[in-house]
Design a protein around this ligand. Structure first.
Ligand code: PLP
Length: 395
């Protein structure tokens, strides 16, 4: 790049300038078409330019954009009701992002114990490999040193233990513990799933010890894993859950869901948001649910996931020096690489296909949930070409 960028240099941006999107495709200013299996990091759940979403946003734009949370919010009530009808939750708070949804989840858990007369119970236990956002509290929750360094003292009250280590979990619980926070499938951390047995054991432990179970389904929620929410696989429910990404379909939207009991400390004046739950976001959230909750939609996600997973399993067998393992659930797929993940992502980009890096040398595939079988097979062809290139390059 010859010219200095006017932007913060916090991102290593790929040299691609996209102008518009169409379903699973992103189209550059030069008219080149890229198969988008990154989907804005699991945000574009219905792909780009989905007619129902576009229509909902346009219709709302003609009526009302914003009026603050000082007045009744019919759009919020409608979306909250639908989320409640389809989950464990009794109460919902709307935010603009995932990190804000986590902030609300953390505050809800702390306030619950405070209201019960235990202000010292504010510690939350998290797991290595976690990612919960970029705010001062959520970088402490995520526990990754590279995000914490240089931003002053780490926010207190977050205790991190090794992934799926039940002994460490039991040992970490003290009189100050408020709850346990985890992503049922770790996204940024490298597409690691907590086992069904472990999730059930954590739920039991929370019940025994009077702790709250907080789930971060910002990335794995809203149909991404083939269930509406990833924790459903384990037959458990949390007390509090943060969601975002897929629920807005591209419009900034997050939410914190809680049971009546868990939300009992969040009384008038304890929390708020200027933009959270604005009518434009609610129109988009409701439109996304129209599609995701429609008959057969989750079956479609599972069908497409099967096509991709079978293809990837065969690819792994044919390129054992390139691919080590296939991870994840549903359309939240991780390819654990034997070559540097960055090289594979670049090779895919040369084939005009987009993917996302994750920790632990994993390449993430997060195609729109609306991806067709034909588009999935096209993706598999491009993955094969990239694997072939890297194999050839390694001699
Ligand atoms: C993306 C993500 C977040 C943070 O969401 P933002 O909207 O970037 O604040 C939190 N948790 C998980 C699991 C995520 O994937």
């Amino acid at each position: 790049m010859a010219e200095a960028s006017p932007l913060y240099e916090t991102y290593a941006r790929a040299p691609l300038r996209f102008e518009r999107g169409d379903g699973v495709w992103l189209i550059t200013e030069d008219g080149e078409r890229y198969l988008d299996f990154a989907a804005g990091v699991a945000v574009n759940s219905l792909g780009h330019g989905h007619p129902h979403l576009v229509e909902a946003l346009k219709a709302q734009a003609d009526k009302l954009w914003h009026m603050s949370n000082l007045y009744q919010a019919p759009g919020q009530e409608k979306l909250a009701k639908r989320l409640i009808d389809n989950t464990f939750a009794d109460r919902v708070f709307f935010t603009n992002s995932g990190a804000e949804a986590l902030e609300c989840a953390i505050k809800t858990a702390r306030r619950y114990h405070y209201a019960k007369g235990h202000p010292d119970k504010y510690h939350i236990i998290t797991f290595e490999g976690a990612f919960h956002g970029r705010t001062i509290a959520t970088i402490a929750a995520g526990g990754q040193q590279k995000y914490i360094d240089g931003f002053g003292p780490k926010a207190p009250g977050f205790d991190q233990i090794p992934f799926e280590d039940m002994d460490a979990l039991k040992a970490a619980i003290t009189d100050q513990t408020a709850g346990i926070l985890l992503e049922p499938v770790q996204g940024e951390g490298g597409l690691r799933s907590f086992s069904t047995e472990f999730l059930r054991a954590v739920r039991t432990l929370c019940d025994e010890k009077g702790l709250l179970l907080l789930l971060d389904e910002v990335q794995c929620g809203i149909g991404r894993t083939g269930k509406l929410f990833a924790h459903e696989r384990a037959g458990i429910t949390p007390d509090i859950m943060a969601i975002a990404k897929g629920i807005g379909g591209g419009f900034p939207l997050g939410a914190c869901l809680a049971t009546e009991e868990a939300a009992s400390g969040m009384v008038a004046g304890t929390h708020g948001s200027t933009y959270g739950g604005n009518p434009l976001a609610m129109a988009c959230g409701n439109a996304v649910l129209d599609v995701v909750l429609s008959e057969g939609f989750l079956q479609h996600v599972n069908d497409i996931a099967l096509v991709l997973r079978q293809g990837l399993a065969s690819l792994k067998d044919r390129y054992p020096d390139v691919i080590e393992d296939i991870r994840g659930e549903g359309l939240m797929i991780g390819i654990k690489m034997k070559v540097p993940a960055a090289d594979f992502i670049q090779a895919l980009r040369a084939e005009r296909m987009l993917s996302v890096m994750a920790g632990d040398n994993v390449v993430r595939l997060l195609p729109p949930l609306t991806t067709t079988a034909e588009e999935a097979r096209l993706g598999l062809q491009k993955l094969e070409q990239a694997a072939e290139q890297l194999k050839a390059a390694r001699g």
